[in-house]
Design a protein around this ligand. Structure first.
Ligand code: PLP
Length: 379
């Protein structure tokens, strides 16, 4: 097993940025409760409010629109549970933190169709928006910005004005965007947007729901009056400090999109050259610049992941593995991909510390790990 590691799994979790580690080290030394009025409490409060400004700046929102949560799973669950929705529209490609709470929402669920390239056509939203009983303001549309498995982008900017015009609440899961593509919350015109700290180089266990000024949403976690009475519980000071610093580092790194795109394009060109039978999923769509979902027909994803791990590379299988059972990815299945693609896709995802050397090293082993085993001579 190789001792040198190359991390190509930023969409699962990104390595902690040094800026986040530094901010967390400072916050560890602060003992006050941010709700306390004394000096220690005010120091903690200042850390939280700095982080709020940093996260707001990352997505072009107002600081008062940023509500800290324990991650994007909580933020997505909150939106589903907080609106007393009568109808919810969503596609099968959404993350499980959106799909999971739908069944208990009490709403009528409508499924948005997905194209073979992984996109929900904006006409599909318009069609449902016109036929949904939207006048009561209790219809929710959930449309992610970028898919975590394929990197395919959704037409959120086109869907938002349609939803607004017809009185539908539009929520977008933007977890995979920061550090890869910029987000303009104010310009998009969505009502709510979820973020996760650990996908952008902050610690896990922190995230945010961005709620457009004036939008009403019942609290998901109730108790104390924290977060403008919207999300109870003493704030995760250290996590939020790291989240804010990571958000600021991602905001400042304006060349990330172009840099990641160059690395990803070189990676895909190399894969195609070495293994012409490789299928790159969603290649016909607009995608995140950091994500490649690639299937080798006839080669099981989990075998490739293990071979790559032994060779020193951390990548993910597209297929979900739970209770020892490996199934096709719900995202790739929703795209209508053949089982030999849907079962065999692996995901390579780059990020803030990925380098040309990582791509070179990966391409050096790709031909070896994908080589079919030599046939044994039969006695
Ligand atoms: N949404 C998407 C698209 C994700 O990729 C993830 C993480 O895998 C989440 C939501 C959940 O985020 P968290 O880990 O902060 O709960």
């Amino acid at each position: 097993m190789s001792t040198h590691r190359t991390y190509l799994d930023h969409n699962a979790t990104a390595p902690l940025r040094p800026e986040a580690a530094g901010a967390m080290a400072v916050a560890i030394g602060v003992c006050g409760n941010p709700s306390s009025v004394h000096h220690e409490g005010r120091r903690a409060r200042a850390i939280i409010e700095t982080a709020r400004e940093q996260v707001a700046k990352l997505v072009n929102a107002k600081p008062l629109e940023v509500i800290f949560t324990a991650g994007a799973t909580e933020a997505n669950n909150w939106v589903v549970s907080g609106g007393a929705w009568t109808t919810i529209l969503s596609a099968e490609i959404e993350h499980d933190s959106v799909r999971g709470p739908l069944a208990n929402s009490g709403a009528t669920l409508r499924t948005l169709a997905v194209s073979g390239d992984g996109v929900v056509p904006v006409e599909e939203i318009a069609h449902h928006a016109l036929s949904a009983p939207a006048t009561d303001g209790r219809t929710l549309v959930m449309l992610q910005m970028a898919n975590n498995e394929t990197g395919v982008l959704q037409p959120v900017a086109d869907a938002a004005p349609i939803c607004r015009e017809h009185g539908l609440h539009i929520h977008t899961d933007a977890v995979q965007m920061p550090g890869r593509l910029s987000i303009d919350f104010a310009g998009l015109g969505v009502d709510t947007l979820s973020l996760s700290s650990h996908k952008l180089g902050g610690p896990a266990g922190a995230g945010a729901l961005i709620i457009r000024d004036g939008i009403k949403l019942a609290s998901f976690i109730t108790g104390g009056g924290q977060e403008r009475r919207r999300r109870a519980g003493t704030e995760n000071l250290i996590g939020i400090a790291g989240f804010g610093a990571a958000a600021e580092a991602a905001s400042i790194d304006v060349s990330a999109t172009a840099r990641l795109g160059r690395l990803r394009d070189r990676l895909e060109a190399g894969i195609r050259e070495i293994t012409p039978s490789a299928v790159i999923v969603g290649v016909g769509s607009q995608r995140l610049p950091n994500t490649t979902s690639v299937a080798m027909p006839g080669q099981a994803a989990e075998t490739l992941v293990i071979k790559l791990d032994l060779a020193g590379f951390a990548v993910s299988a597209g297929a979900a593995c739970s209770s020892g059972k490996v199934g096709a990815s719900h995202v790739l299945t929703a795209m209508g991909l053949a089982p030999e693609i849907a079962n065999n896709a692996i995901r390579l995802s780059l990020g803030w510390n990925s380098s040309e050397a990582d791509v070179t090293a990966f391409l050096e082993v790709w031909g070896v790990v994908t080589r079919p085993r030599a046939l044994r001579a039969v006695a």
